[in-house]
Design a protein around this ligand. Structure first.
Ligand code: SAM
Length: 221
């Protein structure tokens, strides 16, 4: 069910065309992955570019991504990092992880990405014990929306002061929108709960960019 007004879809297409310009690698990445059985659920090009700019703005070096798919968003983010930077890319699906790794090799960024084949709920505590509190510049959440609030405690601890917690689908997903009533869709309720957490937690200063399905950005202050 598409609840998005036509003019908003047209606006997002405009944003992708003007603000989301991709090089050939990024342009070909998702079509190639889809041919190999990966679902067509990556962020849009303009969200990818926004991720890259946000990471550059905070001089990010270490990033955690929960939900990597074929590595489209990961590639935008890895390109924002210095040569000794690292994206810890959490992706439990074997096919997605393999295709993502192949893409990182082709893009020449494999040295800047560590793919972790675990669920977000398993990998985040592991990363916390391996890297320590405050070791991460940004966490990008794009996995199971109903689990978003459960990703929050470890993500908060991983982030340094000034680091960013970024969450895709802050306003909607394939079959839900944020103004649906509570209690009918677990993904909607999870996204809404994370929006509440980052806007009410005194350690975060947050805003939401209503691009495509909404991207929430909370800075740890
Ligand atoms: C929306 S896609 C991610 C898209 C990607 N961030 C991009 O924009 O290119 C969600 C991904 O989360 C993965 N996933 C599923 N269950 C997960 C879990 N429990 N923890 C982490 N990732 C999970 C799926 O396999 C899928 O690849």
């Amino acid at each position: 069910m598409d609840m998005t007004p036509k003019r908003w879809n047209n606006t997002c297409e405009y944003l992708d065309a003007v603000f989301g310009q991709e090089d050939q690698h990024l342009h070909d990445l998702m079509p190639g992955a889809i041919e190999n059985g990966v679902p067509d659920i990556a962020v849009s090009p303009s969200v990818g570019r926004m991720l890259r700019v946000l990471l550059k703005m905070i001089d990010a070096k270490t990033v955690v991504e929960v939900g990597t798919l074929a590595g489209y968003s990961t590639t935008w983010m890895a390109r924002a990092l210095p040569e000794d930077g690292m994206v810890y890319a959490i992706e439990p699906n074997e096919l997605h992880a393999r295709i993502a790794r192949e893409g990182f090799e082709r893009a020449g960024i494999a040295h800047k990405v560590t793919v972790i084949e675990e669920t977000g709920l398993d990998a985040l505590p592991h990363l916390l014990s391996d890297l320590g509190d405050g070791a991460v510049d940004a966490v990008f959440l794009d996995a199971i929306k109903s689990e978003y609030p459960d990703y929050f405690p470890a993500s908060k601890r991983l982030l340094r002061k000034g680091g960013l917690l970024i969450a895709d689908n802050a306003l909607g997903g394939g079959d839900w929108w944020i103004d649906d009533p509570d209690g009918h869709n677990l993904d909607r309720d999870g996204a809404a709960a994370l929006n509440d957490l980052i806007t009410r937690d005194e350690d975060f200063d947050a805003f939401c960019v209503p691009i495509r399905e909404g991207v929430a950005v909370g800075m740890k202050v």
